[in-house]
Design a protein around this ligand. Structure first.
Ligand code: ADP
Ligand code: MG
Length: 709
């Protein structure tokens, strides 16, 4: 029996009634297996003995006391009708006071002269050692009293005692005969206890060392399970040699760069020749990696990541050319209609002279609206199709879809991506991300994909200069923009809100909005055309505004974060973000990436409102300190810290209870290499020592199909 098979509802467990059941549900515990995997957040080590004298001599705010003491006297202190009981004890090394808030009953149970076991954290106050939270027990209870107690995360009316008791039942009723899925070889290699032992050590530890050992094993097993599933998905896609070829391709890529672009199709070569610039080495390497996937016997599943402005769109277009010259259609899915239009226009300009028909799909297509566009896509006359998620509405029919490209993939929800995976089970898949994926996440959410990283920037670019300004000093920023506009440049002004809204708080009322600032800026810059863009405008309206900005007629574009993704206007060299503290780090970096696309010096101003939170300050200082999107992505994770990790922890294949994707990165690497090693020798997990592992993976898969995980 595997732990994962303990699907009994939690009230199967003795002592769990309806009230406890409801409270446990708040902790995500609905089944017996969840209960056994409920990790203590820490432990109280009552095996550690400390007498009063030692506690007095300790120089810490909280001093641990765990001693056998005699009650000396009872006192009452405080004003008013409710006095507080104070019990003075001594143990031969000194005196201490037990302050008994709302525990008057202790006056009877701790009568003068009685000897008791006492433990708790004391503070030295009013020239005496005082304990306010303490436990007492009769000396005969010593073995039960002096042990290591787990402290569990609680919810509702649940108490620690409930967990400790119920856990004993759960361990004795459900874990005998529990299987271990970790191969013995791995347990030996890492000196891990088996699964059943680990659970016992976790919930009923004999020593603190055991809690450590058990936790390490639980963290590892979780990450190992994750990595083995990712590795198996990779093998399913690429075949048993998946990991044998993997990194050895480096050499092939070097050779590829030498012979580039000879190996590409004629279509791609003509596209490259038509460009007014040369590809960067990072773009070439990415193209070669994609190219070798096309020639491999497996379906591509690749993440193309690179900082804003590194030129991913062009890599995508060349990939599309490779697919099209092999007789397939290619689609590019983007998160906004604005971006779809921009991409479609650029693709048409570049590819229509080469005889390619580009189509654009805006919004969802219904089956009733049979249109020439529909027919062109279904019939195969449209070869490159660009659009939003409507590309995958049920009514869409393709002639021969060979490549799916998802731009700005982070903008799509997990479910949208999932739907796409399903539609795209046969075509090659290329996902592009301008928010660099930190290594930690690359190993989880994208662990079954290949990753191409473009680290080069097109030449001749000057790094964007970033300035910070406090709200109130923004006039200086406006003056600076004025100078740039005079040189013929253009500027973005970005605000967190479209319009003044009814938000009740004072802070919200003082927020500048895009609508009101569009008016103010028109007055401040009377010689320049100011336009407003945000998500609530109609598509036609947005298109007209963007056209006017791209053509240079509009000098100032006032926007919300709609311009965050993809928009590419090289002559726009200034970005002003007001109320910058209201945006996330990744968004601010994306916004900054809208400028610095031409060969003139660009500027970015983050105007922030005081007082800044600690996190807000860190974010803005990090942005000032570096333009490197990879460094910022790591920083972002670090600032957000464990509290904000839930989304990540639960994306990917399993819910992580013990492991923490940042803290346990080393273990994740170890688990990954162990998983790959096992699968390289035994890809189908057919060997006897992998039988349990194989069995468990089957169980997990069935559970996933049934949606019970
Ligand atoms: P991103 O990677 O953020 O999607 P884009 O694909 O929008 O970046 O490219 C940013 C800008 O750089 C575009 O104007 C594009 O035409 C230009 N560009 C792309 N590749 C090169 C290159 N090799 N040399 C010069 N400019 C390039
Ligand atoms: Mg882009």
């Amino acid at each position: 029996m595997h732990l994962e098979e303990l699907r009994y509802p939690i009230d199967d467990l003795r002592g769990v009634g309806p009230a406890a059941k409801a409270d446990l549900a708040k902790l995500g515990i609905t089944r017996v297996r969840d209960f056994l995997l409920h990790a203590p957040r820490s432990y109280e080590d009552r095996t550690m003995v400390a007498n009063i004298g030692q506690a007095i001599a300790t120089h810490a705010e909280k001093r641990w006391v765990n001693t056998l003491a005699t009650v000396c006297s009872h006192e009452h202190f405080g004003n008013g009708p409710r006095k507080t009981l104070k019990i003075v004890i001594e143990d031969g090394t000194g005196h201490a006071s037990l302050i008994c808030f709302n525990r008057d009953f202790l006056e009877h149970s701790l009568s003068i002269g009685k000897t008791v076991l006492v433990c708790g954290f004391a503070e030295y106050r009013f020239a005496e050692l005082q304990l306010t939270a303490f436990e007492v027990a009769a000396p005969s209870q010593e073995p039960k009293f002096r042990r290591i107690l787990p402290l569990y995360p609680l919810a509702g009316k649940l108490q620690q005692g409930f967990f400790r008791n119920a856990m004993l039942h759960a361990l004795s009723n459900y874990t005998p005969g529990l299987n271990d899925f970790l191969p013995t070889g791995l347990c030996l290699k890492h000196s891990f206890p088996d699964r059943k032992q680990a659970l016992t050590m976790l919930h009923v530890p004999q020593t603190m060392l055991e809690t450590d050992t058990a936790t390490k094993r639980m963290v590892y097993e979780e990450l190992f399970l994750l990595q083995i599933q990712l590795a198996r998905a990779t093998i399913d896609r690429k075949g048993p040699l998946a990991f044998k070829t993997g990194s050895a391709d480096e050499h092939a890529i070097q050779e590829g760069i030498q012979s580039f672009p000879k190996r590409l199709s004629e279509l791609s070569r003509r596209l490259i020749q038509s460009l007014p610039f040369a590809l960067t080495s990072g773009q070439i390497a990415a193209v070669m990696e994609i190219y070798s996937d096309f020639d491999a016997p497996y379906t591509m599943s690749r993440l193309l990541q690179g900082d804003v402005g590194c030129g991913k769109t062009l890599v995508a277009l060349i990939a599309a050319c490779e697919a099209m010259s092999r007789g397939y259609q290619a689609v590019i899915m983007v998160p906004t209609v604005l971006l779809a239009r921009q991409h479609a226009q650029r693709a048409a300009t570049l590819l229509e002279p080469l005889g390619i028909t580009v189509a654009m799909v805006a919004g969802a297509m219904s089956s009733s609206s049979r249109s020439p566009l529909h027919d062109a896509i279904a019939g195969g006359t449209a070869q490159l199709i660009i659009g939003t998620h409507g590309l995958f509405s049920p009514a869409m029919r393709y002639h021969k879809l060979g490549l799916v490209i998802i731009d700005e993939q982070h903008r799509f929800g997990v479910s949208q991506r999932q739907a796409l995976y399903e539609k795209a089970s046969h075509p090659h898949l290329l996902m592009m991300s301008a928010t660099p994926i930190p290594q930690t996440l690359a190993l989880t959410s994208f662990g079954d994909m290949d990753i191409s990283t473009v680290t080069t920037m097109p030449g001749g670019r000057l790094p964007v200069e970033t300035h910070l300004a406090r709200m109130g000093n923004e006039q200086k920023v406006y003056d600076w923009i004025h100078k740039e506009l005079k040189k013929g440049r253009q500027a973005y002004f970005v605000y967190p809100l479209v319009a003044e809204n009814g938000e009740a708080t004072d802070a919200a009322r003082e927020l500048k909005s895009a609508e009101s600032m569009a008016e103010s800026l028109s007055r401040l810059f009377p010689d320049y055309k100011v336009a407003l863009i945000h998500a609530r405008l109609s598509d036609e309206h947005k298109e007209a505004v963007m056209h006017s900005f791209t053509s240079g007629e509009t000098a100032i574009l006032v926007a919300t974060s709609v311009v965050e993704v993809g928009v590419d206007v090289p002559n726009a060299s200034c970005m002003v973000v007001e109320h910058a503290e209201r945006f996330g780090l990744a968004s601010l970096h994306q916004l900054r990436g809208r400028v610095g696309r031409g060969n003139v010096q660009s500027f970015c101003f983050f105007v922030y409102t005081e007082p800044l939170s600690e996190d807000g300050k860190e974010r803005i200082l990090a942005l000032k300190a570096t333009n490197d999107g990879f460094a910022l992505a790591e920083k972002d994770l670090a600032i957000r810290g464990p509290g904000d990790m839930k989304g990540f922890q639960q994306s990917g294949f399993i819910r992580l209870r013990f492991a923490h994707v940042i803290r346990d990165l080393d273990i994740m690497h170890q688990a990954r290499s162990d998983a790959i090693e096992i699968l390289s020798t035994d890809p189908t997990l057919a060997l006897p020592e992998h039988q349990e592992l194989h069995g468990l993976l089957e169980i997990i898969r069935r559970d996933e199909d049934a949606g019970t995980r």
